[in-house]
Design a protein around this ligand. Structure first.
Ligand SMILES: [Zn+2]
Length: 151
């Protein structure tokens, strides 16, 4: 993990480990780079060719717990893509599409791409396990406490 933020590894590493486990990905062989964002803004990308994710950590928000949950969901979403890339390497067949049909160069709306629908489903399932108490949320609350101190 390349941590370019002010937030210590001891808070970020458990969030990543939790999010990876929650969506069924492994962090083995995955390169993670986290940069420092401003305000409540955050961003993420997953790269299939290099098996890498890049994340931008928000700084502060009006609701620290909500902000921590949203950053966790972002990590889980990008790691959901990594889960799919890892499944492909194991020979599983998964649908990926970027265009509305094979003959069209018209881009498919981002959120309706099958890989995005799958990643959001992994996150929703993980959220439901947290809500039911089957999955603990201690690393997310530790991040919330960190955000509280950032004001
Ligand atoms: Zn995505």
């Amino acid at each position: 993990m390349q941590n370019k933020t002010r937030c210590p590894d001891s808070i970020l590493a458990p969030i990543l480990a939790h999010a990876a486990q929650a969506v069924g990905a492994t962090l083995d062989g995955v390169s993670v780079k986290i940069t420092q964002g401003h305000g409540a803004k955050m961003a993420g990308l997953a790269y299939r060719d290099t098996m890498a994710i890049k994340l931008t950590l928000p700084k502060c928000g009006p609701d620290s717990v909500d902000l921590a949950y949203r950053f966790w969901a972002l990590c889980a979403h990008e790691l959901g893509h990594i889960r799919d890339y890892q499944s492909l390497l194991r020979g599983e067949n998964l649908e990926f599409s970027y265009y509305t049909n094979a003959h069209s160069q018209r881009a498919m709306r981002h959120d309706s791409r099958p890989q995005e629908v799958r990643a959001e489903r992994y996150v929703a399932e993980a959220r439901a396990r947290i809500a039911s108490g089957a999955l603990q949320d201690a690393p997310i609350l530790d991040l919330a406490i960190y955000f509280e101190g950032c004001r």
